[in-house]
Design a protein around this ligand. Structure first.
Ligand code: PGA
Length: 256
């Protein structure tokens, strides 16, 4: 597991999956299996409409709640279809994913919009989980470092390194998401170290405390070898987070 005092996080990104009854059963199984927590943090990110119910299902457990996206606007107003960070906090969220590659590629989110969402999250008291990662074409063109540097740099340039002090970063190579093709521990560690170094160039303290999660086809069978690497501080889990026993296996791989 990562160095020193970084408590690993295992976050479930349900994406647009689930239904009220099935999600209630899933969370009940996670509550039963999570134990006391402590060595790792478990975070669930259901679709917006289930957040309020999920907050009740996890009440008095060590499990935390996050959303998958939020509005870049902070003040309430005429933004049909948008959900403000303050509303997420209101129903019990502590975290929110920003800049997931599906938002970037399917919905055209730009680095500037991701930065605005990151800022909106923090202004609502939420911890943003900033997702970064290269596409297959970018990896094949040896552009991985440049892409990740640009995506992390967008936040550093606009908000400054201190903004990373209350944030989580998730490295999610796009070619590994939902494909069954996981980055090798070496490939992931290399990019995690690069991200930590980028931030470390501006603040060694913030870089040293930053949790950097790996995401992309993490499963019970490959989680332990990923989480064993120095700069991998847990995972952002999509498909495998919809299966309680699989997700608990991943969680226990992080909690040691
Ligand atoms: P996956 O998704 O685990 O299904 O690959 C990860 C993610 O997109 O966060």
């Amino acid at each position: 597991m990562g160095v020193g005092a970084r408590t690993p996080i295992v976050a479930g990104n349900w994406k647009m999956n689930g239904a009220l009854n099935a999600s209630s059963d899933l969370v009940a199984a996670l509550v039963a299996g999570v134990g006391e927590g402590g060595d790792a943090e478990m975070l669930l990110c259901p679709p917006f409409v289930y957040l309020d119910a999920a907050a009740r299902w996890i009440e008095s457990t060590p499990i935390a709640l996050g959303a998958q996206d939020l509005a870049s606007e902070v003040e309430p107003g005429a933004y049909t279809g948008e959900v403000a960070g303050a509303m997420l906090a209101d129903v019990g969220c502590t975290h929110v994913i920003v800049g997931h590659s599906e938002r970037r590629t399917l919905y055209g989110e730009t680095d500037d919009q991701v930065v605005a969402k990151f800022r909106a999250a923090q202004s609502a008291g939420l911890v943003p989980i900033l997702c970064v990662g290269e596409t297959l074409a970018e990896r094949e063109d040896a552009d991985t470092a440049a892409v990740v540097t640009r995506q992390v740099g967008a936040v550093l340039d606009v908000l400054g390194v201190d903004a990373l002090g209350e944030a989580v970063v998730a490295y999610e190579p796009v070619w590994a998401i939902g494909t069954g093709r996981t980055a090798t521990p070496d490939q992931a560690q290399e990019v995690h170290a690069l991200i930590r170094a980028l931030i470390g160039a501006q603040s060694a303290t913030i870089a040293g405390g930053l949790r950097i999660l790996y995401g992309g086809s993490v499963k019970g069978a490959n989680a332990a070898e990923l989480f064993a690497r120095e700069d991998i501080d847990g995972g952002l889990i999509g498909g495998a987070s919809l299966d309680a026993s699989e997700f608990l296996t991943i969680f226990h791989a992080a909690s040691g």
